[in-house]
Design a protein around this ligand. Structure first.
Ligand code: MLC
Ligand code: AMP
Length: 502
């Protein structure tokens, strides 16, 4: 079934049930989801948006943003969410690559956004959250709702989400209706969603975790979603009372633990805490259990695959593991020769199943490399199964830093650093960071006699990169360690700077 039709099976029988609850207490019923998304679909249709056309969206976290998502998939179009932190140059790249028919941006950067969109020949550009010319709200307000959803097949695209994958520039992971439906249905069952569940939603909605894992499972359950515009540890602790499910990245859990208000009593009504997107330290798992009496359920996924493994809702949740493969999903650990390994042996994690994307947008060569001949996706993660079938991730073969649950691709930053005056070469690494898990760290080799200060480096990068990608520290070395093949040995740099953020 198509994505919207599947989600709606949860709520269509009672459109008066609460859908989104805002921090000020205002509540929108599921009727708003149904009617509002029909209006968005109507507007898109009137603009001539055809099934398969992309709708790119770089907006703040609001109910209107969710309606944009739901209306886009109802129109048979492809939802393309972008992090509002991206700078004009980054946005221009995504729009140029995806060639959307419609782009919706934020009022704060309307000019830059319109410039990037028109350079990519986007036909219709709107601003969400402002009145006047190009106002999305006004256009939707004037549109006629269309309730008969565009017919879509399960292999039709519902979304494209950009991610750096294992190599190269950011690529659009193509997610089909089947990918998103299968994951929503599987997780809904596996995590025991039930009548009366209330999701406390503090994740961003431009990534798979907050948008698809959290929102889709809750909507499929016709649950109330308590929508926090951004993660604020104090506000989340306050809102735990009256919520039953919370999903977060490990940084959120360490920040919650720093709140004195996080107590057993406060968490008494919660039945499930889920963590993912980055490794949850066993220490955080244990401290959370001691403090709240709750055992965090850790799961593992990727933009390209949605969720692939999970610890059980009923059954043992093991610290440091990401649990077992989801129903219908095959996960294997293979050696260098591509053959599956036995329990206890570390190798490359590969995934096949209805959750796995058909490939990257317009990247036929990459798609050949990233999938095995028998259709498994190469995740770039290194893992090991135990004899009970629980997977533990032990590292990554891909060069990637995960900071606060957000991926940072070192090459993108190294290219900018290498071009700075006075810099011979650079290496960007992730170093253990108590808050972010990994802190993006730049290591530079300077030309003889050159003087380059950290503040200058950051000032040069800031206009060109989303702030979360900026190095938390810049360090100088005489030369980068290399192996016999000339490849930079980043593990040696990580060891050398291991204590940087302690
Ligand atoms: C914000 N900043 C970060 C950062 N987030 N720096 C490094 N890493 C991050 N993750 C910077 C900002 O640029 C800003 O810098 C300063 O920190 C404060 O910004 P903020 O907006 O107040 O940050 P905060 O609200 O504290 O955000 C931290 C966070 C957030 C952890 C709550 O990053 C977050 O929501 N992360 C979750 C990301 C996520 O959803 N990942 C799922 C990907 S899907 P300055 O210089 O301006 O002060 C996926 C698949 C899967 O991975 O398995 O789920
Ligand atoms: P993304 O490209 O943002 O989808 O990030 C996906 C990557 O996040 C995976 O390939 C893993 O490296 C990492 N990841 C996701 N969940 C976990 C987890 N529970 N533990 C460790 N790493 C994780």
């Amino acid at each position: 079934m198509d994505l919207y039709g599947t989600l709606a099976t949860g709520f269509r029988s009672d459109l008066t049930a609460p859908w989104i609850e805002l921090p000020d207490g205002r509540t929108l019923p599921y009727r708003s989801a149904e009617e509002g998304s029909a209006k968005v679909a109507g507007l898109l249709r009137s603009l001539g948006v055809m099934p398969g056309d992309r709708v790119a969206v770089q907006v703040d976290k609001t109910p209107e943003a969710l309606l944009l998502y739901l209306g886009t998939v109802r129109a048979g179009a492809v939802f393309l969410p972008l992090n509002p932190a991206y700078r004009a140059e980054e946005v221009a790249y995504f729009l140029g690559d995806a060639e959307p028919a419609v782009a919706v941006g934020r009022p704060e950067v309307a000019r830059e956004f319109e410039a990037a969109a028109s350079a990519s020949r986007v036909r219709h550009v709107f601003v969400l959250g402002a009145d006047g010319r190009g106002s999305w709200a006004e256009a939707v307000g004037a549109a006629s709702p269309v309730h008969d959803d565009a017919p879509v097949g399960e292999s039709d695209l519902a979304s494209i989400v950009y991610t750096s994958g294992t190599t190269g520039r950011a690529k659009g992971a193509m997610l089909t209706h089947r990918n998103l439906v299968s994951n929503a249905v599987t997780l809904h069952t596996l995590w025991g969603f039930r009548s009366g569940d209330v999701l406390l939603h503090a994740l961003p909605i431009f990534h798979v975790h907050g948008l698809y894992v959290a929102t889709n499972t809750a909507m499929l359950n016709a649950s109330r979603i308590r929508f926090q515009e951004r993660f604020d540890a104090h506000e989340v602790v306050e809102a735990l009372a009256g919520s039953t499910v919370f999903m977060g990245v490990p940084t959120m859990y360490t920040r919650l633990l720093a709140q004195p208000g996080l107590t057993r009593e406060r968490c008494a009504g919660v039945r499930l805490f889920v963590s993912g997107s980055a490794p949850l330290l066993p220490e955080t798992f244990e401290r959370f259990r001691e403090r709240t009496g709750h055992t965090i359920l850790e799961r593992y996924g990727m933009t390209e695959t949605g969720m692939s493994t999970s610890n059980p809702w009923r059954g043992e949740r093991r610290a440091g593991t990401v649990g077992r493969p989801l129903t219908g999903v095959e996960v294997r650990v293979v050696g260098k020769d591509g053959r599956p390994l036995l329990a206890g042996q570390v190798g490359d994690v590969q995934v096949r199943g209805p959750n796995v994307m058909p490939g990257y947008w317009r990247r036929p060569e990459t798609n050949v490399e990233e999938f095995t001949a028998d259709g498994f996706f190469r995740t770039g993660d290194l893992g090991v199964f135990d004899t009970d079938g629980y997977l533990t991730l032990v590292g990554r073969s891909k060069d990637l830093v995960i900071s606060g649950g957000l991926n940072v691709y070192p090459k993108e930053i190294e290219l900018l650093l290498d071009a700075l005056p006075g810099v011979v070469e650079s290496a960007v690494i992730g170093v253990a960071h108590p808050d972010l898990g990994e802190g993006v760290t730049a290591v530079l080799v300077l030309k003889a006699g050159a003087q380059v200060r950290e503040a200058e480096v950051l000032a040069a990068l800031r206009p060109r990169l989303a702030a979360f990608k900026l190095p938390k520290a810049v360090r100088l070395v005489d030369e980068l360690p290399r192996n016999a093949m000339g490849k930079v040995q980043k593990h040696l740099l990580r060891e050398r700077f291991a204590g940087l953020y302690r």
